[in-house]
Design a protein around this ligand. Sequence first.
Ligand SMILES: N[C@@H](CCC(=O)N[C@@H](CS)C(=O)NCC(=O)O)C(=O)O
Length: 287
Amino acid sequence: MVELAASDVLTKEVLQWQGLHLFHFIGSSCSQKLRIYAGLKNIDLTLHHINLVKRENQTDWYMGINPRGLVPTLIDDGKVIIESNDIITYLEKKFPAPELIPPDRADEVGDLLHFEDQLHLDLRAITARFFVPTGMLQRSDEQLQQYENAGSGQVNGKPDAHKAAELAFWQEMKNHNGIPDLRAQAAVSAFRDALNAHEENLRGQRYLLGDTLSVLDIAWYIYANRLVSVGYPLTGLHPRVGAWFNGLRQQKLFRDEVKPPLPVKVISAVTRLAHRARRSHIETFIS
Ligand SMILES: N[C@@H](CCC(=O)N[C@@H](CS)C(=O)NCC(=O)O)C(=O)O
């Protein structure tokens, strides 16, 4: 659980905040996951929008709250919790109903959420390669330097190793002027393998963990949605997963959450067409 120590938090004012506050971004996959979760639970959160396109996540103020400069972040009566899955696990204890993590399978769900989180940089690589134009995401040396220096660099009262992984991701992208083919290939394969496993799971059950909805369905719905948005042939390759995804999409909360605003729709459609014209669309990376 990544609950920050007071010394990790440089923006001290949030330590005095009362109630539940969520820092999020409209188009961020982890924020979408959390908003669906909170919606299903009817949890009343004060939302604070952090615009990633305007790099509001890299201001000293926000890096002083989340030393990784990532969304989401939860503040609960001055407690600062980062990492979407940790936030969900925390909220599940505070708001047990309706149950979205069966208590008798909490460890198993923890492992499966950890696995899901491990794929997050793969999702980002796929997004950066196939969903948005490279220039929109590229970081300059100056921005990387600023990111490196901002915030306490600590979580749980200790130096944070994860920041180096973030820096490595953006540095690699900068060095290659985008996501290199091999990186894209590895990311697509990682998702294909995981979805093949879900295809097997769904052979005899309605949802990923059994016959009732759980946080895993929410988390993987968001991943599946992003993959579908970039042209991954979900139903063609994994028909049961495709049917599960379309079933969840029938629910208003799930459907509305992933509806992209018009400018994003246009930009991603143009990016997709450009990749197709160059024959470098996602399907060419499926081995
Ligand atoms: N493992 C983290 C990942 C958080 C993350 O990478 N968030 C993305 C949005 S989905 C972000 O804030 N990116 C910042 C950026 O792109 O600069 C979690 O689950 O909360």
